[in-house]
Design a protein around this ligand. Structure first.
Ligand SMILES: Cc1ncc(COP(=O)(O)O)c(C=O)c1O
Length: 377
């Protein structure tokens, strides 16, 4: 992996450990975005090439998640994917309850609560003080009126990981669909959509997938595509985009029906190059690297007398490790001055290694934390 690290110029300047916010910029991602600009200088508009980029990204996402391009909607954000899925639900007389958790990113919670105007009720199952979600509590919240269980795979605040297999098995045994928000895990660890069995999996490409803001995705099973017709839509969701029909609504039969308007084309260039690189590296290898760095980090924080709030068991945490602070912003700023880039949420700093990080980055983070020990809780 050390040769890949050289492809990310940011490491010449800082120990970058903030992939949970934005992945580091690879040389090939920069070059790909520049090729978009070069094309505009040379040819003006390039509609056919741009549409091809959208399909290239769809194919790469399908490869990354072990599914088919027909089950991939390429959207402008994770929010856009959830919103389009939500718009296709709760239209008839069927069940109207969404069971979700206290670990969700705001966008999921807000979109489900927005459906209250359409008669939906939303129940949040609270995680325990150790941030673990109880399957029994989830089971108790699901009733005959439940249409959907919506869970985050990895919590953006504390890095806790949901046992998706248990959630999906439980929900499906009650005839309830499952939506997984995989934004904090996609690209960092292996996820096989077909094997997982979720009905929907959403995320975006700017973190562990090495891309830029402006490209999200919604994976939707062929069964769900056949049963759900979005009411939030746009011409790029049409069966024939260039039919230019204004007299009817005829969405694509596959997951493209969950798309909307003109794609964020410059970001597609970045994402295509980012995904190519990630697939070349291999997500399994990437997860092995970050797992080793997690061990080093946990041991170092324990030596400092600090507190890692992220659960530690196998399958209980994602790529980001959260460390408790007395003042999260002060610690992020102090570490930044020491040349270590991390971020914070909910009283914790978030340290999120990826395949391009190494033991020296973790050592830099630990020695900075040692210097600012008074800010660790
Ligand atoms: C877990 C999770 N879900 C959703 C989002 C929001 O994604 P978007 O801004 O693409 O809608 C984020 C963004 O950080 C996230 O971490």
């Amino acid at each position: 992996m050390s040769t890949y690290r050289e492809r990310f110029p940011v490491f010449e300047k800082v120990a970058y450990l903030n992939s949970c916010s934005q992945g580091a910029l690879a040389d090939s991602v920069r070059a790909s975005m520049e090729s978009y600009m070069d094309g505009m200088d040379e040819f003006g508009s390039l509609w056919a090439t741009w549409a091809g980029k959208q399909e290239e990204v769809r194919g790469l996402l399908a490869r990354l998640f072990g599914t088919t391009p027909g089950e991939v909607a390429v959207t402008a954000s994770a929010s856009a994917a959830i919103d389009s899925i939500a718009s296709a639900m709760f239209l008839g007389d069927g069940p109207r309850k969404v069971v979700t958790t206290s670990l969700e990113f705001p966008t999921a919670g807000q979109i489900w609560h927005a459906q209250e105007a359409r008669g939906v009720s939303v129940v949040h199952v609270p995680a325990g003080p150790d941030h673990r979600l109880s399957i029994d509590d989830l089971a108790a919240a699901i009733d005959d009126d439940t249409a959907l269980v919506s869970v985050t795979h990895v919590c953006y605040r504390n890095g806790a990981m949901t046992d998706l297999s248990a959630v999906i098995e439980l929900a499906h045994s009650r005839g309830v669909r499952v939506l997984v928000d995989a934004y904090q895990s996609g690209g960092a660890l292996p996820i096989d959509f077909a094997a997982l069995g979720a009905d929907f999996l959403v995320g975006g490409c700017l973190k562990y997938m090495l891309g830029m803001p402006g490209v999200g995705f919604g994976l939707v099973t062929a069964d769900a595509c056949a049963e759900l017709t979005p009411t939030s839509t746009g011409w790029f969701a049409a069966r024939d985009v260039f039919a230019m029909d204004i007299y009817g609504y005829d969405p694509a039969s596959d997951a493209r029906r969950f798309e909307a308007g003109t794609p964020v084309v410059p970001s597609l260039y970045a994402v295509a190059a980012g995904l190519e690189l990630l697939l070349e590296v291999g997500v399994e290898g990437a997860w092995e690297v970050s797992s080793g760095l997690h061990d080093q980090l946990r041991a170092g924080v324990a030596d400092l007398g600090g507190t890692v709030v992220t659960p530690s068991g196998a399958g209980e945490h994602g790529p980001m490790i959260a460390v408790a602070t007395t003042d999260e912003q002060a610690l992020v700023a102090a570490m930044g001055e020491d040349g270590v880039v991390v971020s914070s949420r909910d009283g914790n700093i978030r340290i999120s290694p990826h395949f391009y990080n190494n033991a020296a980055d973790i050592e830099a983070a630990l020695s900075s934390m040692r210097r600012h020990r008074h800010l660790l809780a």
